[in-house]
Design a protein around this ligand. Structure first.
Ligand code: OSB
Ligand code: MG
Length: 373
């Protein structure tokens, strides 16, 4: 079912999180991003969402670089020729180096269009089989240990299946110890967002006594070798996030022993096709994966739900309910969680409608690109 993309509309949105979110790099309360609306020859609409932040603390991309890449390179490439299957998109983009988040935002809209044209859910189109997914929650660094304990209590009571807490030097061992004392049995993990170096090895070894499911990205983005060395000295499995931009990075990390778990973020790895390939490779190599998050709004969240239905996504991810982030999300209905699971909606494409009233309320800019065909 050939897709002729007729029009691409970029909606730049600015939304405010219910609560500030703090990591080892700093605090965010505003989220700026693009909603990609893509219209085909039959008037179907596909939607994607970009995940890059306004500053490049997580990876090198930003809202502005994503706009530049989409406008000056990637959108013109999509208009060059029709698309038979969404897997072609990442191949067509392969002459452009990296810029995975810009590529993924557009590719996601093509996948949604493809699924809708075939009257399938996005999950089905991707080969996913689950009808519900297990989810956890990622909790930012809190002002005090007491605040953290209260927040964990709240989310555990709501039913989230695992708690991820952010750590950094000065907010790590003692804090985890306090959490474990109060919650001896909750599935718990820690995410350092690259805050440590191999010199901290003796310090990081102290994590082993807390029965953590894993430690996420303790070292730098480029520290593939260093992570392998660290893993040899740690019992706690290392999960890589910022280090994995592609299937090839996943292969390298697995082969070198740099990690035992992988956090797949659709934006960071360049899209759903690459995420699917990582799923398949990790299945073959017995590496569990889970879906990370970028404080996504509803459209990105819907894509995350769809990819999590693939079979190697065996651990609860960071895809929490809409109300954990936003007073009002941009989709209808919003994403809800019951007893630690999110139900996969049985409707074509991403399965959620756009709440245009909300979207327009958050929109700060709208740009339209038309195909000449
Ligand atoms: O490292 O996984 C991360 C949020 C922003 C940037 C990076 C990360 C995170 C999170 C929260 O941990 C994920 C979410 O709830 O969307
Ligand atoms: Mg992370």
């Amino acid at each position: 079912m050939t897709i002729y993309i007729k029009e691409i509309i970029l909606h730049r949105l600015r939304m405010t999180l219910n609560e500030p979110f703090s990591t080892s790099f700093g605090t965010m309360q505003e989220k700026e991003f693009f909603v990609i609306e893509m219209i085909d020859q039959d008037g179907h609409q596909g939607f994607g969402e970009s995940v890059a932040f306004t500053s490049p603390w997580y990876t090198e991309e930003t809202v502005k670089t994503v706009e530049h890449m989409m406008e000056d390179f990637l959108i013109p490439m999509l208009f060059e020729a029709p698309i038979e299957h969404p897997d072609e998109v990442s191949r067509r983009f392969s002459s452009i180096k990296r810029n995975t988040m810009a590529k993924a935002a557009l590719e996601g809209a093509v996948w949604d269009l493809h699924a809708k044209r075939n009257n399938q859910t996005l999950a089905e189109s991707l080969g996913g089989t689950k009808t519900q997914i297990d989810v956890g929650v990622s909790i930012g660094i809190q002002p005090t240990v007491k605040d953290l304990l209260t927040t964990i209590e709240k989310y555990a009571t709501e039913g989230y299946k695992r708690i991820k807490m952010k750590i950094k030097p000065g907010w790590d061992i003692d804090v985890i110890k306090a959490v474990r004392t109060q919650f001896p049995h909750i599935p718990l993990m820690a995410d350092a967002n690259s805050a440590y170096s191999l010199q901290d090895i003796e310090h990081l070894k102290k994590l082993d006594e807390f029965d953590l499911m894993m430690i996420e990205q303790p070292l730098g983005q480029d520290d593939i070798i260093e992570h392998a060395k660290l893993q040899q000295h740690l019992q706690t499995p290392i999960c890589l996030d910022e280090s994995i931009y592609s299937l090839n990075d996943a292969k390298m990390a697995i082969e070198l022993g740099s990690c035992k778990v992988i956090n797949v973020k659709v934006g960071r790895v360049g899209g759903l096709t690459e995420s699917k390939n990582i799923n398949d490779y990790c299945k073959l190599h017995n590496i569990p994966v889970w879906c990370g998050g970028m404080l996504d709004a509803g459209i990105g969240r819907a894509h995350n739900i769809a990819i999590t239905t693939l079979d190697q996504f065996v651990l609860p991810g960071d895809t929490s309910a809409s109300n954990r982030y936003w007073k009002k999300d941009i989709i209808e209905p919003e994403v809800t969680m019951d007893n630690g699971v999110i139900n996969v909606l049985n409707k074509p494409g991403i399965g959620y409608d756009i709440n245009w009233g909300a979207l327009e309320e958050y929109r700060v800019e709208k740009k339209i690109y038309k195909s000449i065909f």
